[in-house]
Write a protein that binds this ligand. Structure first.
Ligand code: PHE
Length: 343
């Protein structure tokens, strides 16, 4: 590399090959070829010392001009390649920052959760704690300890889902929870509610589902009477349904309470579906209840000569139907948003 002509062809070839570089990687290779330690430009500049004295100044000047020209061209080409790569990535993955943000739909609690929490609140004010027990139960807990030995005809009141394990069933009511909590707490007094899902192998209809919530209540202590049960239930109903709604208490039968009652609430008089939903009576049952049977107290570890107690089992879904004049209990588990969004 010793003549001006060679410098000129270095410039011309350099610019031509630079123009042919398609991307950043090719540009880096080009840069090493021209400006690297063993690169063409270094060699051309290094040759200055070997140039004849009278030509040296002109050669040196020209060499520097070519170096600056190539550097400038390279910088421009490199910036262009970077911009092209950015554009390509923006096009393949477009982001329009002028779009308004997406509003997040606000969730809400399922009506079943809402009413359960309302029930917890009312009973909490009366001193009842929430206690949870299992949904998969033994036959013993669901029936035997509740004063229903094997083959007791009252078992027919609860159409049962059996599992493939003998003696293991899905609980048909929350009442087995009474035994669990008594066995844990005896001989201390008890005031609890036991909410949870129950299962019955029933024909599904507008008033009956195969799964539903119940809220069991249990109070055990000295001197507890039927008056306490009636007072507790009535004040609960007043707060849940309002003072204008009527509460009716009827005598009934359950193997695990003696005496036993059932509690009804009057259906809103102005609702056109009143007759159909109450089978013409004007009332809907919301719970069974009674004084805990001595055999049940014994099964729970208490001495029926020392303590008495009351128990109740209520259906929150029934109460929701009453509160909002809902005509089909199946709506609760169908997950139809048009229904659920109303609550
Ligand atoms: N377990 C009863 C039922 O499911 C309701 C009930 C609970 C009755 C407690 C009396 C006492 O029908």
């Amino acid at each position: 590399m010793s003549s001006l002509a060679e410098l000129n062809s270095l410039e011309a070839d350099g610019l031509a090959s630079l123009a042919g570089c398609a991307d950043e990687a090719a540009l880096r290779v080009w840069s090493t070829q021209h400006f690297g330690d063993k690169g063409l430009m270094k060699a051309a500049l290094g040759a200055i010392g070997k140039i004849a004295k009278e030509e040296r100044a002109a050669y040196g000047q020209e060499a520097n001009r070519v170096k600056v020209a190539l550097e400038t061209a390279y910088a421009a080409k490199f910036a262009e390649a970077k911009e092209a790569a950015l554009q390509a990535s923006l096009n393949s993955n477009p982001l329009d920052v002028t779009l308004p943000g997406r509003t997040r739909p606000r969730g809400r609690l399922h009506p079943a959760t809402q009413i359960l929490r309302q029930i917890y609140g009312i009973f909490a004010d009366m001193g009842f704690q929430v206690y949870r027990t299992r949904e998969v139960e033994t036959d013993e807990m669901n029936f035997e300890h509740l004063n229903m030995p094997a083959h007791h005809p009252a078992r027919d009141m609860w159409d049962t889902f059996f599992t493939t394990t003998p003696g293991v069933i899905l609980r048909t009511h929350t009442s087995p929870g009474q035994i669990h909590v008594m066995r844990e707490q005896h001989p201390n007094p008890i005031r609890v509610i036991l909410p949870g899902m129950c299962y019955r192998n029933e024909a599904i209809s507008t008033r009956s589902e195969i799964q539903f919530h119940q809220v069991e209540g249990l109070a055990i202590g000295e001197g507890i009477t039927m008056a306490d049960l009636k007072g507790t239930i009535t004040s609960f109903a007043r707060r849940m349904f309002g003072p204008e709604r009527q509460v009716r208490i009827r005598s009934s039968y359950f193997p695990f309470t003696e005496p036993s009652i059932e509690v009804d609430i009057d259906w809103p008089k102005d609702d056109p579906n009143r007759d159909r939903l109450t089978k013409g009576t004007g009332w809907l049952e919301i719970m069974g209840a009674g004084m805990v049977h001595p055999n049940v107290l014994k099964a729970g570890g208490y001495d029926p000569d020392k303590v008495t107690g009351f128990a109740f089992g209520m259906g929150p879904q029934r109460m929701l139907m009453l509160k909002h004049a809902i005509d089909d209990i199946r709506l609760f588990w169908q997950n139809d948003l048009r229904f659920l969004r109303q609550f």
